[in-house]
Design a protein around this ligand. Structure first.
Ligand code: PRX
Length: 640
């Protein structure tokens, strides 16, 4: 397979080449793609100065990413399965779409979108369960040059509306509902509520999936099946520039509302394909399964774009790992003879807790590679995954990356890079990580720990934050001159391997999902009785980090004290969604603040961790008595 590294020596050689001559290296990788017109220059960039960041890959190249998925692969793969869809309920029938069938559906839906007046540059919001039509919608947008903005189906009406409004989307694609285990989620009801405050939306296309009854708003809502009725499957792809926007994906940061991370076509395409085939060592005919939801970047890059660009067979699953029982993942691996399996540490930990018997009854001999993503994997979970699931035969790739990076950055190459439990190991070719101290001084050599930054552009990197370019600079490029700030702390061990320690900012990684503490606080503060709140993360056995909220309320009486915690949780559910509901809520009368009014989260974090013995210097606090009160009322065991 072209551009696939096959040995450690080759990796080391490629890595050196990619640093010595990035243009030559990436230009060479991109040669295997299908271009309407080749680029004039591989890379043009600046991280500093007026208009920064300004990063352009494959400058003036013309292409369409769907021509690289379909037309490029069609000769060889017309009858090969592209997508295997496994329904929530194993009693329902799976769907297999070949490249030829998927192509026809994409072209037909692309024509349907055009009929509705959707054109190049328009933003289309997708709020869909994990069904094949989500992939069809994404690729149909890409085919006509519209920008997709996928909103995870677990977000609330208010969170959906925020994202639609920020992107000024004019079309929403959704469904009547989605299935999750025993539940059917009434998505259309959430959409109806959201769209009350979304003036930019002209139409909503609704897929019939759960067949639950929905309200149809005349003049706005259209059924998917009507949009494609009688529509041709002939469609010529729109010619796009390398740096035209492919998609927006919202992610949380330490301040303000979620930001729309923008990825552009050519760089993302080249990077998604390159990382997919190398990290997972995909071979022709393999069955690849990434269990993520397409609502997150992992699904974008490793269910859809990476695998389909490579011509792989990609499994997508609508359900949950514990329905109908905790053996479901392994049922599916066995059913489709999955070769590469990619999941999150939180899912592994949840399955460890269910017991080994759910794994042992299945034939997992097809597995060749196991992967993890989203958060640090603890050694116990790594061992279980390695020994029980992989029978000690399958290399584990612990892949570190972010929504902003577009694809995997630091990772072993499966079976090539020697691994160590809980280490993401080495950077991929083209990736130049650097560790710095808080002042921005480079920490050279091995055996050092610091803030992880990247010092040179890579094709899959973020280009801007939608509608606010300055925010992109401030968030990622202003802390340290000429460096991209990842927001993670990391350690480089004696062998030069990277271990990701976790976020250094006010972002909590809950079950591998990024939640900004400020966002949760904003939601909690919407409750009429809440005066102020402070949210921190704390160690959680399954989720990695849980959400701990310290809340000051007014007018609390014996009557409403009992219900206030639930009301606060419901408020967060309403403004963000279930993923952001606090695990612990502690009602307090004050928060530890400096004299200038800044909340000292460090102290709250320590208390939340159950380690109140070493709170550091509290002398600058406005009211040190508050700390004692919080410790005494703490709901986690306090070590003394
Ligand atoms: O803290 C790191 C953690 O997840 C963050 C990125 O989150 P998100 O943009 O939602 O993307 C998640 C999936 C790519 C990072 O800043 N993270 C991701 N992968 C790892 C990780 N932490 C440790 N080890 C990893 N393998």
């Amino acid at each position: 397979m072209v551009n696939k590294i096959t040995s450690l020596a080759e990796y080391l050689k490629k890595y050196e080449e990619s640093v010595a001559d990035p243009d030559g290296f990436w230009g060479n990788v991109a040669e295997s793609h299908f271009w309407r017109k080749k680029w004039d220059k591989v890379l043009d960039w600046k991280f500093e100065g007026e208009g920064a960041p300004d990063v352009n890959w494959f400058v003036n190249g013309k292409l369409n990413i769907t021509e690289n998925i379909f037309e490029r692969n069609m000769f060889m793969r017309k009858d090969q399965v592209a997508i295997i869809w496994e329904p929530n309920d194993p009693k329902d029938k799976e769907i297999k779409l070949t490249y030829g069938e998927l192509f026809d559906k994409v072209k037909q839906f692309a024509n349907g979108l055009k009929k509705l007046g959707i054109k190049k540059g328009d933003r289309v919001a997708l709020y869909l369960p994990m069904v094949p039509e989500l992939v069809i919608s994404m690729l149909a947008c890409a085919r006509i040059g519209a920008i997709h903005s996928i909103v995870f189906a677990g977000f609330s009406a208010s969170a959906l509306a925020d994202r639609i409004n920020d992107a000024k989307a004019n079309l929403l694609i959704t469904s009547d509902g989605g299935f999750r285990g025993t539940k059917s989620i009434p998505m259309k009801g959430i959409v109806d509520e959201a769209l009350e405050t979304c003036p930019s939306i002209k139409n909503a296309i609704i897929l019939e999936h759960t067949k639950d009854e929905v309200k149809i708003v005349k003049g706005r809502d259209l059924w998917w099946h009507d949009v494609i009725k009688g529509v041709s499957t002939d469609n010529k792809a729109e010619e796009m520039d390398s740096e035209d926007v492919l998609f927006i994906l919202y992610t949380s940061g330490s301040t303000g509302k979620p930001k729309g991370v923008v990825h552009t076509i050519a760089g993302y395409m080249v990077y998604a394909e390159y990382t997919f085939k190398n990290v997972f060592q995909y071979s022709d005919g393999d069955i690849f399964w990434c269990t993520a939801d397409i609502g997150w970047v992992t699904g974008h890059s490793y269910i859809v774009y990476g695998p389909l660009l490579t011509g792989a067979t990609s499994v997508m699953f609508e359900g949950v790992p514990t329905y109908p029982d905790a053996g479901r993942f392994w049922d599916i691996v066995d059913k489709y003879k999955v070769n590469q399996f990619y999941t999150a540490p939180t899912a592994i930990r949840a399955l460890v807790a269910q017991g080994n018997q759910w794994v042992t009854g299945h034939d997992l001999s097809s597995l060749k590679v196991l992967g993890t993503v989203g958060e640090p994997i603890n050694e116990e979970a790594w061992r279980w995954y390695h020994d029980l699931v992989g029978k000690a035969r399958c290399p584990i790739v612990d892949t570190w990356w972010q929504t902003e990076t577009g694809g995997i950055m630091i990772t072993p190459l499966a079976g090539i890079t020697p691994t160590k439990p809980s280490l993401a190991t080495l950077p991929l070719p083209g990736i130049q990580p650097i560790l710095v101290d808080p002042e921005g001084n480079e920490l050279k050599g091995n055996g050092v720990e610091g803030i992880l930054c990247i010092k040179f552009p890579w094709p899959g990197m973020i280009r801007t934050t939608y509608g606010d370019h300055k925010r992109c600079f401030t968030t990622y490029f202003s802390a340290y001159k000429n460096l991209y700030l990842t927001g993670d702390g990391a350690k480089r061990d004696e062998e030069g391997y990277y271990r990701i320690i976790g976020r250094i900012d006010d972002v909590i990684n809950v079950s591998g999902h990024r939640i900004g503490t400020a966002e949760v606080e904003d939601a909690i503060n919407q409750h009429p009785r809440v005066i102020e709140s402070a949210v921190v993360g704390y160690p959680h056995d399954i989720k990695g980090s849980g959400i701990y909220a310290y809340v000051i309320c007014e007018d609390l009486s014996d009557d409403n004290l009992a219900s206030i915690e639930n009301e606060i949780r419901e408020t967060v559910n309403k403004f963000i969604g279930p993923i952001a509901k606090p695990d612990k809520i502690q009602i307090v009368t004050g928060l530890p603040k400096t004299r200038s009014g800044k909340i000292m989260r460090r102290i709250l974090r320590k208390i939340g961790e159950g380690d109140a013995t070493n709170l550091g210097d509290t002398s600058t606090l406005l009211d040190p008595g508050v700390v004692e009160e919080i410790i005494n009322g703490a709901k986690v065991p306090v070590k003394r």
